[in-house]
Design a protein around this ligand. Structure first.
Ligand code: HEM
Length: 236
C-alpha cells in the first residue's frame, strides 16, 4: 500500500499518488459541505441534512483509511525530509501554515460532530422536511450526567482493553485519554454555549456558519501545504 501511495501523482510533477488523491478528496469534501450550506441557505433542510450526513460518513471513512495506510506518516510529520526549500522557508512559512492547518482540522473535526448532534436536536420533521425549531434548547441535567458517565465508562473499558489485551504503550493511553477528554470538554462546553446562545435554531445557524468557514480555511491551508511540498519547494 505504501509503495502505491508513493507512486508519481497526476496533479503536480513532484506529487505522489497518495498526496494527490488525498488533496483531491479534501477538495471534494469541502465542496460538498459548501453545497450543503447552499441548501440550508435556500431553506432546503432535508437536502442539507442528507448531504451533510453523506459527506461526513465518507470523510470519516477516508480519514481512517488514509491515516491507517500512511501510519500517520504524512510527510510534514516526518520533519524536514520531504521539504525542498531553505531552512528559513521551512521555519517561517511551512511550519506556521502546517500548524494552523492542524489546529483548524482539529477544531473542524470537533465542531463537525458537535454540529451533527446539535442539528438533530435543533430540528424537527414537518411534512417530511427538516426545519429548525425556534426556542430554548438545553440539555436536561439528568441527560447531561448520563452522557458524562457514559463517556467515563467507555473510556474505562477502552483503557482496560488497551492495557490488558493490546498491551499498548503509555503514549497510546495518553492519546486516548486526550480524545475522551476532548469529547467530555465539548459536552461540558455545551452548557456554556447554551447560556450564550439559548435559542437552538440561532445556535445552529451561527455555529454552523463558523464551522463552514473553518472548512473553507482548512481547504486554503491544505492547498498551501500541497503547493509548498510538491510545487514551490519540491524535493530535488
Ligand atoms: C456538520 C454539520 C452541520 C453543519 C456545519 C450545518 C450548518 C448549517 C448552517 C450554516 C445553516 C444555516 C445556513 C445559513 O442561513 O447561512 C444550517 C441550517 C440548517 N440545518 Fe444544518 N448543519 C449541520 C448539520 C445539520 C443536521 C445533522 C441537520 C438535521 C438533522 C441540520 C438541519 C438544518 C436545518 C433544518 C437548517 C435550516 C434550513 C432553513 O433555513 O430552513 N443541519 N445548518
Amino acid at each position: 500500500m505504501k509503495e502505491l501511495l508513493e507512486k508519481p501523482g497526476f496533479l503536480a510533477p513532484s506529487g505522489t499518488l497518495g498526496a494527490d488523491v488525498s488533496y483531491l478528496l479534501a477538495l471534494i469534501f469541502t465542496v460538498l459541505f459548501l453545497i450543503a450550506w447552499g441548501f440550508a441557505k435556500k431553506a432546503q433542510g432535508t437536502r442539507h441534512h442528507n448531504l451533510i450526513l453523506i459527506s461526513m460518513v465518507s470523510m470519516v471513512v477516508y480519514f481512517c483509511a488514509y491515516y491507517y495506510a500512511r501510519q500517520l506518516g504524512v510527510l510534514s510529520f516526518e520533519g524536514e525530509e520531504g521539504f525542498g526549500g531553505s531552512r528559513e522557508a521551512y521555519d517561517n512559512i511551512f511550519i506556521p501554515v502546517l500548524t494552523t492547518h492542524l489546529i483548524l482540522v482539529t477544531l473542524g473535526l470537533v465542531l463537525s460532530f458537535y454540529m451533527l448532534v446539535q442539528g438533530f436536536r435543533a430540528s424537527e420533521k414537518i411534512n417530511g422536511d427538516f426545519v429548525l425549531k425556534t426556542g430554548n434548547l438545553a440539555v436536561r441535567a439528568k441527560t447531561f450526567k448520563t452522557v458524562m458517565l457514559s463517556i467515563l465508562v467507555v473510556w474505562g473499558l477502552n483503557q482496560l482493553f488497551l492495557t490488558a489485551v493490546r498491551h499498548a504503550s503509555i503514549g497510546a493511553s495518553i492519546a486516548w485519554a486526550l480524545i475522551f477528554g476532548t469529547v467530555a470538554l465539548v459536552v461540558s462546553l455545551e452548557k456554556l454555549i447554551e447560556k450564550g446562545l439559548p435559542d437552538g435554531a440561532r445556535r445552529h445557524r451561527i455555529l454552523g456558519r463558523v464551522t463552514m468557514i473553518i472548512y473553507g480555511l482548512i481547504l486554503c491551508t491544505s492547498t498551501a501545504t500541497y503547493l509548498m511540498l510538491y510545487v514551490i519547494y519540491p524535493m530535488k
